[in-house]
Design a protein around this ligand. Structure first.
Ligand code: MUC
Ligand code: MG
Length: 375
């Protein structure tokens, strides 16, 4: 059956965070979520999310550009197309729109959600060979900007059995000050937790050399994107010089960049993100390159709310190897839930939803409450 679009709407929500989230390039006090609601002529609605971090400070797309790209360029391309044919639609969009990976991810998520609902199966059944796991280990980011507050937060998470992997955001202070902060936290938590850092591109190669050596001595397990995204030669040299694994994040923007990093041995681990990759299928292609190259996988986030988090979970559930776990905690950083039934976190893991499509539905009252004025 051919399905045409009946109605499409792009909504921007601003939802406060439970505490300031301090990254090297921005301090978040709220998260801006872009939702796409796509209704077909068969009455089935697919929902997608395209979310970034810190306005334009993380990457080249902003919430406003994601909304604009969808409304002005991408959605008009779908007119007269059969939106149940996800591969064909995405190929058509790719042909006419370059870049804009987060906007494309929002679209593909909505198409997969609708397709799953139409077929009565979860999105994970439509990707790769289907799911190989029902739960995903979830890390928590300690980024309050204060060492003792971070330790108290981590201890509470361990006690509640919510997280035992902690990612620390560094790169704002001097390398030695940052390492002191990280080492103090690792010492307090001991072997009960895996402690990792994300530098969000803040170091040059010399700082990264110093930082990685000191972090390895402090018992840290992983260093994420220490140098700028385009510094592939530096990533290659750092990976070769240090036993502490370097994880690529911002350097990965879909399969072509993943191949560039893999073929230059620029990382030992990939942070896999559906938004940064340009969609669910592209993320799976990035994972395929990592697996072929012997690179470890970690399920990353753009701190999406429930929709994007569920979409990521469906993809990550299909991966045979996910040895570094995931960081799908986005909804837990927000003061309010936007789903009717929140995603379930227990025993240090997220349960991958089992209902048709993404297996989530929006809480309309929350959407009305957090919707940006005039959007
Ligand atoms: C990033 O750079 O990985 C993921 C977790 C978090 O706290 O920030 C993000 C973005
Ligand atoms: Mg990162």
């Amino acid at each position: 059956m051919t399905v045409h679009i009946k109605h499409a709407e792009v909504i921007i929500l601003d939802v406060p965070t439970i505490r300031p989230h301090v990254l090297s390039m921005a301090t978040m006090r709220s998260q801006t979520i872009v939702l796409l609601r796509l209704r077909g002529a068969d009455g089935i609605e697919g929902i997608g999310e395209g979310t970034t971090i810190g306005g334009l400070s993380y990457g080249p797309e902003s919430p406003e550009s994601i909304k604009g790209a969808l409304e002005t360029y991408i959605l008009p391309l779908l007119e007269n197309h059969d939106i149940s044919q996800i591969g064909k639609v995405m190929e058509h969009v790719e042909h006419h729109v370059s870049g804009n990976h987060i906007a494309k991810c929002a679209l593909e998520t909505a198409l997969f959600d609708a397709a799953g609902k139409r077929l009565g199966v979860p999105v994970s059944d439509l990707i790769g060979g289907g799911r190989v796991r029902d739960t995903l280990p979830v890390a928590w980011t300690l980024a309050s900007g204060d060492t003792s507050r971070d330790i108290a937060e981590a201890e509470a998470m361990l006690e509640a059995k919510r997280h035992r992997i902690f990612k620390l955001k560094i790169g704002k202070r001097s390398v030695r000050d940052d390492v002191r902060h990280v080492a103090t936290i690792k010492k307090a938590l001991g072997d009960s937790a895996s402690v990792r850092v994300d530098v969000n591109q803040a170091w040059n190669e010399a700082s990264a050399d110093l930082g990685m050596a000191l972090l390895a001595d402090a018992g840290i397990d992983l260093v994420e994107q220490p140098v700028p995204r385009h510094a592939l030669p530096a990533m290659m040299r750092l990976t070769a010089r240090h036993t502490i694994p370097l994880m690529a994040d911002e350097a990965l923007n879909g399969p072509v960049s993943a191949f560039a990093v893999a073929s230059t041995a620029g990382a030992r681990v990939f942070a896999l993100k559906i938004a940064q990759s340009g969609g669910l299928q592209a993320a799976r292609d990035v994972a395929g390159i990592a697996i072929a190259a012997g690179i470890g996988l970690y399920g990353g986030t753009m701190l999406e709310a429930g929709v994007g988090t569920a979409a990521s979970a469906h993809v990550f559930a299909t991966l045979q190897s996910l040895e570094w776990g995931t960081e799908l905690f986005g909804p837990l950083l927000l003061t309010e839930e936007i789903l009717e039934n929140p995603l379930q976190y227990s025993e240090f893991c997220l349960s991958v939803p089992t209902g048709p499509g993404l297996g989530v539905s929006l809480d309309e009252r929350a959407i009305a409450r957090f919707r940006r004025n005039n959007q």
